[in-house]
Ligand binder design. Structure first.
Ligand code: SF4
Length: 421
C-alpha cells in the first residue's frame, strides 16, 4: 500500500510542476513515506533523513505515512530538519503545505479525512504497469493486540464500486492487465453507497466485466471476513487468481486469543479447507509472528504443525516487534531473543522447503505467465508471474508486456521459476 501511496504522492506533486529526481542528492524536497508496523522501519526514517541531509541542510523534508501519524509533533523534536509531518489520510494536502512553509516553519496534519483524500486521488494517475494496484479499502477495526494500524490508518473505510471501476478503466487504458485490490482489511470491503450493501465478491464480479482486465487479486485479508460469497467467488470467477494471502500469525489458539485475532487455529484451517473445496488449485500464503509475548515451545510447535498441514507456498515471518501504544507492548515478554531467533530460523527453513518443493513441481511443465516487463537485471529475460504469484524469468526475444504465455519451466529455486517460450 505504501508503494501505491508513494506513486500517488508523486503524481500529485508532478501535477503541480515538481520533477521527480533519481537521487535525493539532487532534490530540493524529499518526501519520506513511512511504515510503522515494525520498530526497525520506524527508526529507519531518522537515519535516512540524516543521510539525505548530510551535504545540504537546505532541503525541505516531509515525513508522511504511519510513522508521521503515530509520532506526530514528537518528530520535530527528534529531528529538527523535518518541515512537514503528514498522516496517511491527508497526503493530498501536501502541495498546499509546502506552499504554506513560506509563512510558517513547521507544519503538521494528522487528521482522518479519508473520503476527501480518495475523491481527490481518483483524479491522480500515474501508469503503474501491467500489474496495477487500486486501494479499495483503508483502515482497520480489528485491534489485534500487537498492531498499530487501527491507530495510524483509522477505522475501516471502503470506496464505492463506481469509483474503483473508473480507476480500473483508467489503469487498463494505460496498459494494466492485472488489478490488485488493496486494503488493510480488503475482504471487509463494503460499498454502502447504494441501497444494498455490496461486498468484495460483487466488486470482483463487476471488475471481471472489463475485458481488458485479465487477472484480479486482492490483499490483505483477515480470516474472519472470508465469507461464503467470497469463497464461492474463487470457484466462480475465472479472472480471480487461485492464490490468496491469508495471514494466520500463529498456529497456537492460545497465542491467537492473546493477539485478539478473533479466530482459533481450527477456524483458520476450516476456512482453508472450504477454499480448497471451492477451488482445488488454490494456494495460500501467510504471515507469521514468532516470539509473541508468552509464546511457549508448545505454542511454537503448534505453528510448525499448522505449516506442515497447510503447506503455505509463500510466507512472511518475523520476530515479534513491540509497538508503543499497543496492548501487547505492556505484556510481559520473558522469552530470550536467542530463542526467538532460533524459532524463526526453524520456521523459515520449513517454509522455504515447502516453497521450493512447490516450485519444483513446475519443472518440465508448462504454466501460464502474465508477462510484466523486461527483466531489469538481465535484458535477455522477461519477467512475469504465474497465477500462484511465482516470479518467472523467461528467456525470449519476442514477448510483449501484457501477453499471457504458456511458458515451459526448466529450473527453479525457492523464490523463482526459469523457463522459455
Ligand atoms: S487485522 Fe491486520 S491491520 Fe487490523 S489490527 Fe490486525 S494485523 Fe493490524
Amino acid at each position: 500500500m505504501n508503494f501505491y501511496d508513494s506513486q500517488k504522492i508523486t503524481t500529485i506533486l508532478e501535477s503541480k510542476g515538481y520533477q521527480l529526481q533519481d537521487s535525493p542528492d539532487k532534490a530540493d524536497l524529499v518526501v519520506f513515506n513511512t511504515c510503522n508496523i515494525r520498530d526497525k522501519a520506524a527508526h529507519k526514517v531518522y537515519s535516512d533523513i540524516g543521510r539525505v541531509n548530510k551535504f545540504d541542510n537546505k532541503k525541505t523534508i516531509a515525513v508522511v505515512g504511519c510513522v508521521a501519524q503515530a509520532e506526530n509533533s514528537e518528530m520535530f523534536k527528534k529531528n529538527h530538519a523535518i518541515d512537514i509531518v503528514l498522516g496517511p489520510q491527508s497526503y493530498h494536502l501536501l502541495p498546499q503545505m509546502i506552499k504554506d512553509l513560506e509563512k510558517k516553519s513547521k507544519l503538521i496534519n494528522t487528521e482522518f479525512i479519508v473520503n476527501e483524500k480518495f475523491d481527490y486521488l481518483s483524479e491522480q494517475h500515474r501508469p503503474q504497469g501491467i500489474s496495477s494496484f487500486i486501494t479499495i479499502q483503508e483502515g482497520c477495526d480489528k485491534f489485534c493486540s500487537f498492531c498499530v494500524v487501527p491507530y495510524t490508518r483509522g477505522p475501516e473505510y471502503s470506496r464505492s464500486i463506481e469509483a474503483i471501476s473508473k480507476e480500473a478503466d483508467l489503469l487498463t487504458s494505460k496498459g494494466a492487465r492485472e488489478i490488485v485490490l488493496l486494503g488493510q482489511n480488503v475482504n471487509a470491503y463494503q460499498d454502502l453507497s447504494l441501497n444494498k450493501v455490496k461486498r468484495l465478491n460483487h466488486l470482483i464480479e463487476n471488475l471481471s466485466k472489463n475485458e481488458n482486465i485479465k487477472r484480479i487479486r486482492y490483499t490483505t485479508s483477515h480470516p474472519i471476513n472470508m465469507n461464503k460469497e467470497l469463497i464461492d467467488c474463487h470457484a466462480d470467477s475465472s479472472k480471480l487468481m487461485p492464490f490468496l494471502h491469508l495471514p494466520v500469525q500463529s498456529g497456537s489458539s492460545t497465542i491467537l486469543r492473546k493477539m485478539n485475532r478473533k479466530y482459533d487455529s481450527n477456524f483458520y484451517k476450516e476456512i482453508i479447507y472450504k477454499l480448497k473445496k471451492a477451488k482445488p488449485s488454490i494456494q495460500i500464503s501467510s504471515d507469521f509472528i514468532v516470539g509473541y509475548p508468552g509464546e511457549t515451545d508448545k505454542d511454537f510447535q503448534d505453528t510448525l504443525d499448522l505449516v506442515d498441514e497447510m503447506k503455505f507456498t509463500q510466507s512472511y515471518s518475523f520476530i515479534y516487534s513491540s509497538r508503543p501504544g499497543t496492548k501487547a507492548a505492556s505484556e510481559s515478554d520473558v522469552t530470550p531473543l536467542h530463542i526467538k531467533k532460533e524459532r524463526l530460523k526453524i520456521l523459515q527453513e520449513k517454509l522455504r522447503n515447502i516453497q521450493l518443493k512447490f516450485n519444483k513441481g513446475f519443472c518440465n511443465k508448462n504454466i501460464e505467465v502474465l508477462i510484466e516487463n523486461k527483466s531489469a537485471s538481465n535484458p535477455e529475460y522477461f519477467f512475469g508471474r504465474t497465477p500462484y504469484m511465482q516470479s518467472v524469468y523467461i528467456k525470449s526475444s519476442n514477448l510483449k508486456d501484457g501477453d499471457i504465455k504458456n511458458v515451459s519451466i526448466s529450473t527453479c529455486n525457492h523464490k523463482s521459476l526459469y523457463g522459455s517460450c
